[in-house]
Design a protein around this ligand. Sequence first.
Ligand code: ZN
Length: 317
Amino acid sequence: MRFFRNVVLAGVLAIVSGATVAQERLSVVATTGMIADAVREVGGDLVEVKGLMGAGVDPHAYRQTRSDIVAMTRADLVLWHGLYLEAQMEGFFQDLSRNRNVVELGAQIDAAVLRGHDDYDDKFDPHVWMDPDLWTLMVAQVETALSATSPEHAAVFEANAAAHLDDIKALSTYAKTALATVPESARVLLSAHDAFGYFGEAYGFEVMGIQGISTESEAGLNRISELVDLLVARDIRAVFVETSVSDRAMRALIEGAAAQGHEVKIGGELFSDAMGAEGTYEGTYIGMIDHNATVIAGALGGEVPDRGLNGRLSAGF
Ligand code: ZN
């Protein structure tokens, strides 16, 4: 009986201390899935992270919901990408940062490594996650923000960040190797919007989007017919759709090319501004980029392992 009581007591204590640990966890809200993933990697068990934008959500168009606002007001730390990615939330974050712990990660990155924006002279291309080498700078900023918020855990954040940065380096090497197998004449990436500028610079691809750097404005008919002519003239045979952007314009493009007797196929679906479903490999930053590099290289005539870098991609090629 006494033994039993002790076991029960131990159980109760475990629950109580578990609850205490849960309460002490740093609560972080991140806008994009990519940032939430970095927080999860760097923060480990010490943080509880809520990502506002799930699979298939377009950050250029996203507006904060009522429950987002509640979560952000209660959080110990709020991280947003910035660089005009969350275009509809700029004003909200400016207000929030007056009295809450809010960090615009992109603003901490040296502007010299950023690409200019097509539409605005004073803005930059926000899609830095497309080049793993650049993404390491954002992960380092996540570490800085977590350590500033919870200095007593700085050593753990530093160790976690170092381990994650090693994984990103391996990803970068894989992507370079895989994409270098694409024949030079086929290194053209046409997708729904201009999310792949950094990708193009990193891997020597010419990239073009039906829409511009933001998805805010619809592509005009002129843009479509211009791209149809280009597909035919350059003999481009595969184009790519994106999980967070409608594929309507892409279908018009393919039909337009077909009307000129040029067959174009959809090379695959890419994760441009949102990761895959939560709980899947593609729902992590590493999995997202592994998927993109593998799909692009595979569809454009390169040689890639069937299931990507880690053998974990859900679809074979
Ligand atoms: Zn975008």
